[in-house]
Unconditional design. Sequence first.
Lengths: 234, 234
Amino acid sequence: MGSLDRSLIAGLSVFEGLAATDLDRIVGQARSLRIAKDQPVFEQEQEAHSFFLLLDGHVRVVKSTPDGHEVTVRYISPGELMGIAHALGRTTYPANAIAAVDCVALAWPSHLWPTLAANFPSFSANTYKTVGSRLQDAHTRVIEMSTEQVDQRVAHALLKLVKQTGKKTEEGILIDFPISRQDIAEMTGTTLHTVSRLLSAWEDQGLVKSGRQKVTVVEPHRLLLIAEGRAEKS
Amino acid sequence: MGSLDRSLIAGLSVFEGLAATDLDRIVGQARSLRIAKDQPVFEQEQEAHSFFLLLDGHVRVVKSTPDGHEVTVRYISPGELMGIAHALGRTTYPANAIAAVDCVALAWPSHLWPTLAANFPSFSANTYKTVGSRLQDAHTRVIEMSTEQVDQRVAHALLKLVKQTGKKTEEGILIDFPISRQDIAEMTGTTLHTVSRLLSAWEDQGLVKSGRQKVTVVEPHRLLLIAEGRAEKS
DNA sequence: ATTCTTGTTTGCGCTGCGGCAAGTTTCGCG
DNA sequence: CGCGAAACTTGCCGCAGCGCAAACAAGAAT
């Protein structure tokens, strides 16, 4: 498997600045695994035995509250780390991670983290950079939740997904994995009903095209106007 | 100033696991400064020249949105780091930090971060631990915003403040710095009007006592019931 | 003491959006 | 190919909480 993975991995930002031999040394310690659609990669509260690098697919990270609510924290795309609890001084995973489609990932035992971090400073620096940007994201999310209306939040969420995983088609830009109204609701703190109403309205206006577990953004620019609250109410 | 600072600093969790000589080495590189009430420690978008350790006082960290909203991200208490943008791969501060009262802090030039982190691994590990717990906090915040009603969020915010900075008095537990209805509103994503109404109602029920820029929690337990949504609506 | 500023209280009307409920479409599976 | 489950749509109602506006207190300043 060595050479196959090498070609996949070489360009990832997590490994930026690493010599080829170091990279081999690091990747050599990982095992690769595949996760079937809808199967968990790791689960909330569970002992954090490993951390992961997603190579292919999409993973949904969800937090469950005691009272039965589910909040989607983020979607992981190929090339991103996940389950890095240990780097943050935790011993358990803070959330559930569920494969949105069939996935391939690398996994390192968590106990390797200290030595990896010590021996490969640019690897740890890169890791903390992604932690930093996730902290940023979380704060942005808090701000959106505090100051924006539902339609703005949903528009923002769609644009974020499009930027992250958008795939050009004839009709527009398609979000490249199955996503339901419910999923979008859990990302934006609303209900599937409201999301459905919004998408219907936007479809009428030609902004998006959507179907069962599928959303295509036709006019990102006009959607951005809505996201920023600068749109004439119909 | 050496010995004075030593005694203040020795027990802080940021420096846990550090030898006394290492601690001196680190603290020796810092300058100490005082910030008057309502003065900024650092400002959003500004070049992150330094990172700070708050020794005394309380600092409010606020994000401003383009459209003029203000969202309070967190309050910093003595012993906590702030402005550690550099450790997260940023070169500018992500928010405004404003002294809620007269403050004392240590400041290190940001460019020292890489060497400090490399030479004192337990210092950097501790730092990342606090980053980790802030990421946690932010996610908790998102979840609260997504799933809870305003009264629950305000109750949670008060309890958090009480736990962080509470000071026993005869009447109950006082939040130990001036905090306005507006401030609480900015922490919970609501308006000062709603906060005022809630506090008035709670005061009638004997849960809290509040005045101008001052809140005392009289019955934390009953407040917790509200926070968890397990309270009979009056 | 008087005035000014800043924070707080409270009433009232309105609305965004959640809850409920009933119906429709799409897909997977036997 | 037809049945059932899962996803989606839509109408209607209700209300939490926001916006507006006006009055009121408590310090600060002079």
